[in-house]
Design a protein around this ligand. Structure first.
Ligand code: SF4
Length: 267
């Protein structure tokens, strides 16, 4: 067993599983921690995946939680998270994980692992700076190079049922499919598949617009070449008016989370 502590930033996504599998194979389960920051709005199936994957890897999940949801963070920060700035990422994931690292590890003897892959190597310098003084590694940036679909196939081959949100077409398994960075395609999918979650987010956006007294929104509308706020209510109205018209929203506007791979407080 290695004397170094190996802490995998465990999101419940497939890349964090693949990262953890690599680290466990290299250093042994006893040397590994799977550090999971709970935002309290996760898909129920994420916990099922966590339990199943954790049992297969032989490493328990170490859970940390700020205790607030992203919506409560936005109220406290008086800022509605959106595709560009999302303080929920800092407050609910990065800070609780950093606090845990501070309390439980020696930076000189600890490596932090993030689940970015070979398409994102340009982000590594900023990620390393963000987690300093801990050493950062990202095994999926090295060969053999596989995409998410290949990793899901590997997870199934390892006896896991991959997360429900992936099976439903979501790009990420976080915040119940309602990430504020997710873009129009994600929100349209959420409306179709989990209308109650969409309604909760829509109500929270309405509340934030009232609190701030400004025309803020999670999404942006680029129709006609001009960028304007696009509320969840407006997107829902478009979807309900012409649900067959998928081009009413931008299918390519489906962003990524990056909760564990950023540096510092965004604001
Ligand atoms: S997944 Fe999205 S909504 Fe959830 S904490 Fe991260 S940035 Fe915020």
């Amino acid at each position: 067993m290695s004397s170094t502590q190996h802490v995998v930033m465990w999101s419940g996504g497939i890349t964090s599983w693949a990262t953890a599998r690599h680290v466990v194979a290299e250093h042994g389960a006893d040397a590994v921690t799977l550090l999971f920051a709970d935002t309290l709005i996760e898909d129920a199936d994420l916990y099922r995946f966590n339990d199943q994957a954790s049992a297969k890897l032989g490493v328990p999940i170490t859970r940390v939680a700020d205790g607030r949801t992203p919506w409560q963070v936005f109220e406290d920060r008086r800022w509605l998270g959106n595709t560009r700035i999302a303080q929920c990422s800092h407050d609910l994931k990065q800070k609780p994980c950093r606090d845990w690292l501070t309390e439980n590890t020696d930076p000189a003897r600890t490596t932090v692992y993030v689940g970015i892959d070979w398409t994102e190597t340009h982000r590594l310098p900023a990620i390393e700076a963000g987690w300093s003084p801990w050493t950062v590694d990202a095994p999926l940036t090295r060969p053999p190079w596989r995409d998410k679909e290949a990793l899901r196939t590997e997870a199934r081959a390892a006896g896991l049922i991959d997360p429900q949100l992936y099976r439903l077409g979501f790009a990420h398994n976080n915040c119940g499919g309602g990430c504020v960075r997710g873009g129009q395609a994600q929100w349209a999918r959420l409306l179709r598949l989990f209308p109650e979650r969409y309604a909760r987010a829509e109500a929270a956006e309405v509340k934030m617009r009232g609190l701030l007294g400004t025309d803020v929104s999670i999404l942006r509308d680029r129709v006609g070449g001009t960028v304007r706020p696009l509320t969840l209510a407006a997107l829902r109205a478009r979807m309900e008016a012409r649900p067959e018209q998928l081009d009413l929203f931008d299918e390519l506007d489906e962003g990524g989370c990056g909760c564990f791979t950023e540096a510092g407080d965004p604001r």
